[in-house]
Design a binder for this molecule. Structure first.
Ligand SMILES: Nc1ncnc2c1ncn2[C@@H]1O[C@H](COP(=O)(O)OP(=O)(O)O)[C@@H](O)[C@H]1O
Ligand SMILES: C=C(OP(=O)(O)O)C(=O)O
Length: 550
């Protein structure tokens, strides 16, 4: 039995995806008891790739072994690529273990290094079988310590100097340079300096024109290029720095699919980047990283102009009280679900697995919480970039995310919808396609179909179907190979490139052949087909059909 298998006699409390107040999403009043087996479709999905999908953590993961555990998981996984995983073989292994999107962190590495990763990803995609998306995460107006020759151990009570001087050769063991000259103006005596969100902390006791002199409050080890935050303050750097613009142009030249814009403080920052991309005919999506105290005051405005968001809990936890981070996460996922936009929950999700081969139970609970909130994706950072167990960490994340879906679906078997279903809301602008998408989801649930097929040229309709959170995979078919990669971020969407014929019947036949080939359906299954474009004379006609696969 799986470590997560639910005993038939065990009372289970209903999934708590909805916020207890103010939420207009479907809400469950009473706890549910699982009294009968899950619908056949879901049992099949939950176990279709064999035992590797449901083994306990104690013995299931071998870091040298690949586990294809993608089947049945609805939320997506973003993996940061770093020195441990940048070669072709490692990226392929991550893809086979369940990575959907590659993250390039522009705070580290040269353009040449990142280009090497991009080339490897392209090679893997071209070889067939994968449609990995690429997310370029800007460095942003962040402040970091400089490079150190060797890790520096700092003890409580020790005097430590942060300097903007460049005469590195004259530094002693208690001095480190800082990447940003205005640091000296932003920090005041009495401020608390946090390294890597609080791994060590310092109290500013004195200042000169070039140095911030501090006393260590919590000791630790300082390595190269660490995050520096002043508790409760955002740096006064421009929202998109010169380096960011260079990196964004690099991303455009290399056709990356998503930009994660760091330290967004105002909706105008996002609008500026979006305008720049449009002017350059670039269709990449802009995700706002919510990590600065200033952004919290303007969340609805920022999320409204963005294509999606990342809850960047590392820096966020240094800029706002740490106990507020889970509430802000909940708020961001909630707002984005009402806006029908994607959210990535990031940082420290399996932090202990950078060093240890098994996660803490709290980390497992954290992933579960993000998936239950309805986040489209969860992210791994140091775990895959430079950790000791990158594939195990990814396996754990994929298994936990999948387990939540199959368990919650089993529990809500008597209901029409998945616990995360989001119907059209009264306060949403009226949009026929929204009602159509929801109707397709409803039909899919009632008939317990294998999949919903969505034919899409720009992706919007596929995103709407995904936002209703149906109980089965959404197979998005498009002739646009770039769109395929952009759709990788969306909850439950399996995107494929498909050449459309002028004859809709021929297009559908091609799609069903593809589904059979990829194992999403088999003969005798019902599928729902929906589109807002698939007609012979090129007029837009909204359609929903149910077909039996022959
Ligand atoms: N491109 C890269 N080159 C070198 N090291 C990297 C790279 N990307 C990530 N890393 C390493 O992995 C760690 C964790 O990744 P991440 O969380 O993205 O970084 P950070 O917290 O520094 O922004 C980094 O602190 C860094 O040591
Ligand atoms: C994702 C984050 O950003 P970065 O890794 O760039 O610091 C974070 O701060 O949580």
């Amino acid at each position: 039995m799986s470590a997560f298998a639910v005993s038939p006699s065990l009372p289970i409390h209903g999934p708590c995806i909805s916020r207890s107040t103010s939420s207009t999403f479907v809400q469950r009043a009473t706890p549910l008891v699982r009294s009968a087996p899950a619908p056949a479709r879901w049992r099949a999905v939950a176990t279709s790739r064999g035992e590797a999908t449901s083994l306990g953590f104690a013995n299931a993961y071998d870091d040298d072994q690949m586990w294809d555990i993608d089947s049945g998981r609805m939320s997506k996984i973003v993996c940061t690529i770093g020195p441990k995983t940048c070669d072709l073989e490692s990226i392929e292994k991550l893809a086979e273990t369940g990575m959907d999107i590659v993250r390039l962190n522009m705070s580290h590495g040269t353009h040449e290094w990142h280009k090497g990763v991009i080339d490897n990803v392209r090679q893997i995609n071209a070889a067939g079988g994968f449609n990995l998306g690429i997310l370029l995460d800007t460095k942003g107006p962040e402040v970091r310590s400089g490079d150190v020759k060797a890790p520096i151990k700092v003890k409580r009570g020790q005097r430590f100097v942060w300097t903007i001087r460049k005469d590195l050769d004259n530094f002693d063991e208690s001095t480190v340079d800082v990447s940003y000259d205005d640091f000296i103006n932003d920090v005041h005596v009495g401020d608390t300096l946090l390294v890597d969100g609080g791994m060590c902390s310092f109290l500013c006791t004195e200042k000169t024109d070039t140095d911030v002199i501090s006393e260590c409050i919590d000791g630790g080890t300082l390595t190269s290029r660490r995050h520096l935050n002043v508790r409760g303050k955002s740096a006064s750097l421009p929202a998109i720095t010169d380096k960011d613009w260079e990196d964004i142009k690099f991303g455009m030249n290399n056709n990356v699919d998503f930009y994660a814009l760091s330290f967004v403080k105002h909706e105008d920052d996002v609008a500026r980047l979006k305008e720049f991309l449009v002017d350059n005919e670039c269709k990449a999506l802009v995700l706002s990283k919510i990590e600065s105290a200033d952004a919290i005051h303007r969340l609805p405005q920022i999320l409204k102009v963005s294509d999606g968001a990342m809850v960047a809990r590392g820096d966020l936890g240094a800029e706002i009280p740490i106990e507020d981070v889970p509430l802000v996460q909940d708020e961001i996922v909630y707002i984005n679900r009402t806006l029908r936009k994607p959210t990535i929950v990031a940082t420290h999700m399996l932090e202990s697995m950078i060093t240890y081969p098994t996660p803490t139970r709290a980390e497992v609970a954290d992933i579960t919480e993000a998936v239950r909130q309805g986040a489209d994706a969860t992210m791994l950072s140091g775990e895959t970039a430079n950790g000791s167990f990158p594939y195990k960490a990814l396996s754990v994340m994929a298994t936990v995310a999948k387990s939540v879906v199959s368990r919650d679906s089993a529990m809500s078997q008597n209901d029409l919808f998945s616990p995360m279903t989001t119907p059209p809301q009264d306060d949403e602008p009226k949009d026929t396609r929204m009602d159509l998408a929801y109707a397709a989801s409803t039909l899919a649930s009632r008939l317990n179909v294998a999949a919903i097929l969505v034919f899409t040229r720009v992706g919007n309709y596929a995103k709407l179907v995904a936002s209703t959170r149906p109980r089965c995979p959404i197979i998005a078919l498009t002739p646009d190979s770039d769109l395929v990669r952009r759709l990788t971020l969306f909850w439950g969407v399996k995107p494929y490139e498909l050449e459309f014929s002028d004859d809709p019947e021929e297009t559908i036949a091609r799609a069903i052949d593809l589904l059979l080939e990829k194992g999403h359906t088999s003969s005798g299954d019902n599928i729902v087909i929906t589109s807002d474009m698939l007609v012979k004379d090129k007029n837009t006609v909204n359609t929903i059909q149910v077909r039996r696969v022959r």
